[in-house]
Design a protein around this ligand. Sequence first.
Ligand code: ADP
Length: 217
Amino acid sequence: QPPTAIASYIQAARRNLEKGRDDTRDKVFENLDKAVAQGTRAAEIIRRLRQFIEKRETEYLQGDINGIVEEVRAMALIDAARKGVKVKMNLGRNLPLVVMDRIQIQQVVVNLVRNSLDALAESKRSELTVTTSAAENNSVEVAVSDTGPGLPDEVANQLFKPFVTTKPDGMGVGLSICRSIIDEHGGRLWTTPNPGGGTIFCFTLPAISDTGESYDQ
Ligand code: ADP
């Protein structure tokens, strides 16, 4: 990822300077050019992400969380079938409505499901379960659980920071975007180990109270 690459090119430049041989100058230039290229790439990624997020106005409407999960299901089933993953849906009945930007919440669910499918790629037991339920403080909870290897130690403490990834082609921005979307909605996003092995990502969204007002927690 660009920030890591920049740091290692600059470190390499430093080491080359320390060695101070005849060919040092060329090597240092090469290291610095590569660092500049990675810096430019990082700036471009951030610019594109901003554009993507800012392109449309957020549209908060009352809606049913199960509808969102059903929409994501079609996509998930295609990917899951290809990867030999069994998908289960435990959708709570008569859940209260929530106020949400449908596209953003769909993006969150897609992201969590994709991460689980990635995590399951090498697992012997491959199950992905999406559960929706009513939760405390008049909120609705969505849990995406998998039977994958669990969170890699090196990222477990900084999952929600941008550019944190263990995937060769990953950008490492999915979970940080998910967290800001859920924060903006007044909900919470967290992760917990799956007791049988694997990971569970959960998020809540405040539900509408009987009077139609969004519940103030
Ligand atoms: P990316 O998917 O581009 O790496 P994310 O921010 O979505 O970016 O995820 C960051 C990292 O968190 C992943 O690279 C992976 O190491 C870890 N991760 C996320 N979800 C899971 C999961 N369900 N099981 C195991 N590791 C996960």
